[in-house]
Design a binder for this molecule. Structure first.
Ligand SMILES: [Zn+2]
Length: 309
């Protein structure tokens, strides 16, 4: 009797779970249409399909991030949190924790534009898809792990203000190239990307925060204007971070060398949060209180300078 009762209970459960499984097991990729020049990725609108078929959208309607992705395919929707309420409601922001545990030595084009636009850095300039970064002289921690700790705090703080956040990775085992991360942010219509990194130097006394923004790019006047705007915003961002942390203020640098900047169609900051080669700063970068201060500086920039500047 008891066995029969269990069977009656079990059959509907099994049927139900197999339905769920079949829904998530076969993701349908959205059509991907390369630009005729072959340079620019153009995406069709969201189909609502999660990127890898394993991700699930929260059913409770809360403002939480779609579950982790280990990889992402061009042309599929980017995983984003749902828009919440607050001053940043409706704003889509990408948070990209630099590097990952396992580098990808295969190479990819560093920029979307051709050699005729920029002879120094263009789509024939190939760079490794992903690297694992530096490590801490005191903590012995890896940069990719510290980057992720700060990035997750930043995600939570931005979401608490109502922002929709695109996380390029939320674990260290992800396998996503720098170009894919950029296209992921573009696809989600992000207006800002914070690409979180930590620095390294041969000189252990070097410390402080520095920021990279786009440089000459495709040499058009439009690109020059974007570079100017991003550099001015970068200065404000740097000021907010320094005010929040008391760290040494370094520079805002324009550069064409970063795949993660070149492929993004919106304002992108590579934030070098500090030097893991400096014994004291390395420890600070892994301290939750310091990470909170750092994040509060970035959020202050978004609410007070980016939105109201
Ligand atoms: Zn780095």
């Amino acid at each position: 009797m008891r066995r029969f009762f269990l069977l009656v209970l079990l059959v509907p459960v099994l049927l139900l779970s197999s339905c769920v499984m079949s829904n998530v097991g076969a993701p349908t990729a959205a059509p991907f249409t390369p630009d005729p020049s072959g340079n620019v990725a153009v995406f069709t609108p969201d189909t609502g399909v999660t990127p890898d078929g394993n991700a699930t959208v929260p059913a409770d309607g809360t403002n939480s991030v779609v579950t982790p992705i280990d990889s992402w395919t061009e042309g599929t929707p980017a995983p984003t949190s749902q828009s919440g309420s607050g001053p940043l409601s409706g704003l889509v922001i990408c948070v990209d924790a630099g590097h990952q545990e396992t580098g990808l030595t295969e190479k990819e084009p560093c920029a979307p534009w051709g050699p005729e636009a920029n002879s120094k850095v263009n789509n024939t300039t190939m760079k490794a898809k992903a690297t694992s970064g530096t490590s801490g002289v005191s903590t012995k921690k890896t940069e990719y792990a510290v980057n992720l700790e700060i990035a997750l705090k930043l995600r939570d703080a931005l979401e608490a203000k109502g922002a929709t956040v695109v996380m390029c990775r939320i674990d260290n085992s992800s396998s996503i190239s720098n170009r894919e991360r950029a296209l992921m942010a573009n696809e989600a219509n992000a207006v800002l990307t914070f690409n979180i990194h930590c620095n390294g130097s041969d000189n252990s006394s070097v410390s402080g925060v520095e920021i990279y923004v786009r440089g000459t790019g495709d040499n058009t006047s439009e690109y020059a204007e974007r570079s100017k705007t991003d550099a001015a915003l970068g200065q404000k961002l740097l000021d907010r971070i320094i005010a929040a942390t008391g760290a040494k203020k370094r520079n805002v640098n324009k550069s064409d060398s970063y795949t993660g900047i070149n492929w993004r169609d919106h304002t992108t900051f590579i934030v070098e949060c500090g030097f893991m080669s400096n014994p004291e700063e390395d420890v600070l970068l892994s301290t939750p209180e310091y990470q909170d201060k750092f994040v509060s500086g970035i959020v202050k920039f978004v609410t007070d300078d980016y939105l109201n500047g």
